[in-house]
Design a protein around this ligand. Structure first.
Ligand SMILES: NC(=O)c1ccc[n+]([C@@H]2O[C@H](COP(=O)([O-])OP(=O)(O)OC[C@H]3O[C@@H](n4cnc5c(N)ncnc54)[C@H](OP(=O)(O)O)[C@@H]3O)[C@@H](O)[C@H]2O)c1
Length: 310
């Protein structure tokens, strides 16, 4: 198939493009940057220059490529201060609202058969009931104030993709990425915060995180390009775990001292309500549906071994 990847140069895109090429697809990879075109060629893609926030550029790029499938992996996360979540996610939020709309219109114009888009599990499921959520479970009806726009933007993306009756809309709710190209890799921001004891264990550390190695996320995405009925899939590993479990384990893996413990109100001062919620209340996700319907299994079944291999 001809597959158009928006976000082809990013952490997930760089893992995804070569896998799609190896599976025999003709890949068109989008970037804003002339300088990154060579990288895309090396990965085996036809480079396409366009800004996702410019509807004419997107329509033109997709119109030329005439893909069978579009994969939307656009984000612009950069440095993140949890106290100002929506401020720091402003561009990502636009990519998930306007960017999604532009990609969908362009895809509609050429009649793409399938549209696969990046969503996320973190902070998304309701913070009530069981620790591990499936795709049918309700979403958080009252997210913390400073991350409301970010969650609204993800909901916009999901509703727009699933509501597109003219195509097969697939939403991939990825867990927290780790591995090459992400901030959770040796020497990178998140691992360094843990190694330097600047990532404290807040409150009871009862927030449950689901991780996914970025290579496994890419494998699941190839599967979703090729098969699976329209709908939502959690793409996470087999081992959702509370912060109180994974954070000390990661510190040990990195040869660091045990993380500092701080009460919730101190965590809230430094990480805002969103940070405190992530550390104490969020829920993990199950990958049963993706395993069943996408015939996919994460090679890194648990972050326990995965962090060491990152
Ligand atoms: N589930 C998760 O845990 C999750 C999800 C997303 C990101 N992250 C993490 O967040 C960190 C940073 O990610 P990131 O979002 O900065 O980016 P990234 O992984 O570098 O990828 C962003 C992609 O979006 C493209 N893009 C952004 N704005 C665009 C625009 N206006 N037009 C066209 N393309 C555009 C970029 O293309 P060009 O720059 O080439 O134009 C790039 O291909 C990474 O560690 C990543 O793993 C984690």
């Amino acid at each position: 198939m001809r597959v158009f990847v928006a976000g082809a140069t990013g952490a997930i895109g760089r893992q995804l493009v070569p896998r799609l090429v190896a599976a025999g697809h003709e890949v068109h990879g989008m970037t804003r940057s002339e300088a990154k075109q060579a990288m895309l060629s090396e990965l085996g893609a036809v480079p396409v220059l366009a800004d996702a926030l410019d509807p004419d550029q997107v329509a033109d790029a997709v119109g030329r490529a005439r893909p069978d499938v579009i994969v939307h992996q656009l984000t612009a996360i950069g440095a993140l201060d949890m106290r100002h979540f929506d401020r720091d996610f402003a561009l990502t939020n636009r990519l998930r609202t306007e960017g999604t709309d532009h990609m969908l219109s362009a895809g509609h114009a050429v009649g793409v058969r399938r549209f696969v888009a990046q969503s996320a599990i973190y902070g998304f499921y309701a913070r009530t009931g069981g620790a591990v959520k499936s795709e049918e479970d309700p979403l958080d009806p009252s997210p913390p104030r400073e991350s409301r726009e970010a969650l609204a933007a993800i909901r916009h993306l999901e509703d727009a993709v699933l509501g597109a009756q003219w195509t097969q809309g697939i939403v991939l709710r990825y867990g927290a990425f780790y591995g090459p190209g992400t901030t959770m890799a040796p020497g990178k921001e998140q691992f360094e915060l843990v190694r330097r004891r600047k990532f404290p264990l807040v409150g009871d550390g009862g927030g449950v995180w689901s991780f996914i190695h970025v290579a496994d996320a890419a494998e699941a995405t190839v599967a979703a390009v090729e098969q699976g009925s329209p709908g939502i899939y959690n793409i996470v590993d087999d081992d959702p775990a509370p912060v109180a479990e994974w954070l000390p384990a990661l510190a040990q893996e990195l040869g660091a001292k045990k993380p500092m413990r701080v009460p919730r109100f101190v965590g809230r001062l430094f990480g805002g309500e969103t940070g405190a919620v992530f550390m104490t209340e969020i829920r993990g996700a199950s990958n049963g549906k993706a395993k069943r319907e996408l015939a996919w299994r994460p090679a890194h079944r648990s972050w326990r071994q995965g962090f060491a291999a990152a």
